[in-house]
Design a protein around this ligand. Structure first.
Ligand SMILES: NC(=O)c1ccc[n+]([C@@H]2O[C@H](COP(=O)([O-])OP(=O)(O)OC[C@H]3O[C@@H](n4cnc5c(N)ncnc54)[C@H](O)[C@@H]3O)[C@@H](O)[C@H]2O)c1
Ligand SMILES: N[C@H](CO)Cc1c[nH]c[nH+]1
Ligand SMILES: [Zn+2]
Length: 429
């Protein structure tokens, strides 16, 4: 980890940079795959599966009996854990159901807004380096609560097929359309539609830089995306009261996701650093994914700011995907947090709790996009539609103002739509 003591503000921008693959190479690969899928459908999907994942699936959509079979392959304690997570995530997302907003803006003019589901959605479940069945809970549960009609799931195939925990979770959530597709080709299939894979209206889910670039590219085809949810990251702010082993474990929990993950420690005192370095070394020595985590740590950062206001400004500028606050200044940092995907407050709130089972969603904006995007939530799966109904009295009350404004914009057709009604009502009375 690169260590800096009170870096000056002019140097912050460089510190905010996340590890990035070469943009031009990414874009040209994404375009190549989209063009091929547009032209050759399923056949192109099989070709790219073979090239990027080393398998050529015969059936791109999994048959229902294979999905059912997974239940028998999972041990009981894992099933219980998944069910516990399911209940918490469902409870938290059900609580987000927002009713209809209705206002009579003036007499006879009634306006209301309701959430209606996005009918067709595509869920991407990462599976390149770990089978993230937890992501399936995070996406399928709110999609179901929202009432989405068609839910299509894509996840990368391996020689052993799809991991049984992904299939079990899909069945638990009531998702039965599963395509064995990963990476750019999965996103292209869900965007363009092929013989086997239906096109959807909105794409959800995290992924590596290929997946994220493909989702951003997909928006040119009239498909929406949840947000750029790329390589995982965490920022921990800590003071000297926190056990170094907690800080190290939290940093490693995200560093182990991939070599392009980034973790940041904002220490409120320099004295913390050697203790954290020691704890990191100790924990890395026994971490099965230590090679990946070590690479991520090379792109990572420890900064010291003794002044909590400066620390807070740095944190909001960095806009972390996950933000862990372990400090006696907890209330200050919570109250002054403006840019973060999800916040973990206090010494006993490890980020892993939110990754799996506390109830919040783990599909979150990375790479500084927490400045403008929220993580996935229930209304990511809905659209707010507005309605209005004007009574005779309502059009009489509102009409003259609309006419006046339409004329001032030089739009007589608009004025006419009001005038014919007002004339009609006048002739009736
Ligand atoms: N932000 C979030 O909310 C969030 C949540 C969970 C996971 N994540 C991140 O998701 C990522 C998962 O990545 P992953 O790689 O394990 O799985 P993945 O499923 O995202 O990507 C695997 C796919 O990448 C494609 N690919 C690999 N190398 C390629 C190449 N050279 N050219 C073209 N395509 C290639 C392959 O098709 C493969 O199927 C991690 O970075 C993790 O940190 C983020
Ligand atoms: N930390 C990831 C989000 O960035 C989510 C995850 C799934 N499994 C483990 N972690
Ligand atoms: Zn994680």
């Amino acid at each position: 980890m690169k260590t800096l003591i009170s870096p000056e503000k002019k140097d912050w921008e460089a510190l905010m940079e996340r590890p990035q693959a070469d943009y031009e190479t990414l874009q040209s690969t994404v375009k190549e795959v989209f063009d091929a899928v547009a032209q050759n459908g399923d056949e192109a999907l099989r070709d790219y599966c073979e090239r990027f994942d080393g398998v050529r699936p015969k059936e791109l959509l999994l048959p229902a009996n294979e999905i059912k079979r997974a239940e028998g392959l999972l041990n009981e304690s894992l099933k219980q854990a998944i069910q516990q997570a399911y209940r918490n995530i469902k409870a938290f997302h059900e609580a987000q159901i927002s009713g209809r907003t209705e206002v009579e803006t003036q007499t006879g003019v009634r306006c209301w807004q309701e959430q209606r589901p996005i009918e067709k959605v595509g869920l991407y479940i990462p599976g390149g380096s770990a089978p993230l069945f937890s992501t399936l809970l995070m996406l399928a549960i709110p999609a179901k609560i929202a009432g989405c009609k068609e839910i299509v799931l894509c996840t990368p195939p391996s020689r052993e097929g799809i991991h049984p925990a992904i299939l079990y979770t899909a069945q638990l959530c009531g998702v039965d359309k599963i395509a064995t597709l990963g990476g750019i080709q999965a996103i292209a299939a869900l965007t363009l539609g092929t013989e086997s894979v239906p096109a959807v209206y909105k794409l959800f889910g995290p992924g590596n830089q290929y997946v994220t670039a493909a989702k951003q590219y997909a928006t040119r085809y009239r498909v929406a995306i949840d947000m750029p949810a790329g390589p995982s990251e965490v920022l921990v702010v800590a003071d000297q009261s926190v056990p170094a082993s907690f800080i190290a474990a939290d940093l490693l929990s995200q560093a182990e996701h991939g070599p392009d993950s980034q973790v940041v420690l904002v220490a409120q005192s320099e004295e913390i650093l050697p203790r954290v370095q020691e704890a990191l070394a100790e924990q890395l020595a026994v971490l099965p994914r230590s090679e990946i985590a070590r690479k991520a740590l090379q792109n990572s950062l420890a900064v010291v700011f003794e002044d909590r206001e400066v620390a807070n400004e740095f944190i909001n500028d960095y806009a972390p995907e996950h933000y862990i606050i372990m400090s006696e200044d907890e209330d200050y940092f919570v109250d002054h947090c403006y840019n973060a995907g999800s916040v973990f407050v206090g010494t006993f709130s490890p980020e892993s709790a939110g990754d799996y089972a506390s109830g919040t969603n783990h599909t979150l904006p990375t790479n500084g996009y927490a400045k403008q995007y929220s993580g996935v939530h229930l209304n990511s799966f809905t659209k707010a539609i507005t309605f209005q109904k004007l009574s005779e009295e309502g059009i009489q009350n509102l009409g003259p103002a609309v006419e006046e404004m339409a004329l001032a914009e030089g739009l007589q057709g608009h004025q006419q739509a009001v005038r014919v009604r007002l004339n009609y009502l006048k002739s009736k009375s």
